[in-house]
Design a protein around this ligand. Sequence first.
Ligand code: FES
Ligand SMILES: [Fe+2]
Length: 429
Amino acid sequence: MLSAHDNEILTRTGPGTPMGDLFRRFWIPVALAEELPHPDSDPIRLKVLGENLVAFRDTNGNVGLLDNFCPHRRASLFFGRNEECGLRCVYHGWKFDINGDCVDMPSEPAESNFKDKVKITAYPTQEFGSVIWAYMGPPDLKPELPQFEWALVPESHRLVTRWTQDSNFMQAVEGEIDSAHISYLHSTFKREDGAGGATSTFAGSKKGAPELTIKETDYGFIYGARRDAGENGESNWWRATQWLLPAFSLIAGKGWPRGGHMYFPQDDEHISAWEYAYNPNEPLTEEQRIEGRTKFKIFPTTHTLPDGSITDTFRMEANESNDFLMDRQAQREWSYTGITGGRHQDMAMTLSMGLISNREGEHLGTSDKAIITARRRLIQMARDLQEGIEPYAATHGDLYKVRGIDFIAPEHDFFDFLESHGELGVAQT
Ligand code: FES
Ligand SMILES: [Fe+2]
């Protein structure tokens, strides 16, 4: 469990909150580069850390990220004209560039210098790995980008998708570092007729309870989940997975493509969820691209948040409004959940906890070690920052060059395992 007070610290990321301040020390993924496909293309509405923003690509191809509300009379700049290196509010014609400077104010007399006194909030952006990243913290502390391997490979080698999920970010993050659930939530049973595509049948067996060991690192932690791989305990199935500050995860894998997730708050009850897949050795095949784009049936849409703000985003066809298209008959016969697709299964669980989970009602067990560690680390870092201690990871992008590991090894102890195979956790790019 977590006290109500600590849960507030952990989950609140709006302007001026301790966790909001911490997130604002990191670069934040805000949109796919392809959502702003060409110079002077249509602006899009985003919500990031509780702030309503408009993103646009100017005539030179640079991306601006401005406050949604025009500083004149607060009309939305989403309706603006994207022209000649600036976004012009269509209410009275005030025009702003990507730096937030007011470059034209036709509604005031020509001799007025009022426009030189007006600015709109503008955040710096960078394009990296097919993603538009924003930095929303103090300008003098702007760090380098996290040097993820997936973002460094050629564009042909990766696929990135994003969508909106209706919950606090931390529930989604916790699902990523919860190695125990894969033996249950994502499992299937063999049907008598052999159908059902059984993949993982560990549910209910002793293999369902992995031994977890965590090694805290500068970027967050790597944690190893060990299960017996042989009958006599002579070999061990290790899945070692990284959690990277503040809300990134890698998925342990054997082959390629491989991927991971990012979960960043739009507000405290809505997430921009991201999935990426990549192959460092060769381009993704057309089939992998099509599968990556179609498997969740993600479609572009607008989404109205409870406060009335509207975002341009993506949603999945299977979602909480249709119980993730759960099939009770399949659940009886061969599927643990009756829900198709790991992403949907994860979302069904983390969204079903409510928009912000009441962690006072939890009973955490030994398999929840990684979750407890991540909470403690984030809360501590948010408190430290209030005392003036800056987050080390934010300014050390090279720390993010790591890979997840999944393989059978003789070592029974995680630290022995890391000593023997640890280099496999580091990207070679
Ligand atoms: S409200 Fe934007 S110019 Fe008046
Ligand atoms: Fe999962």
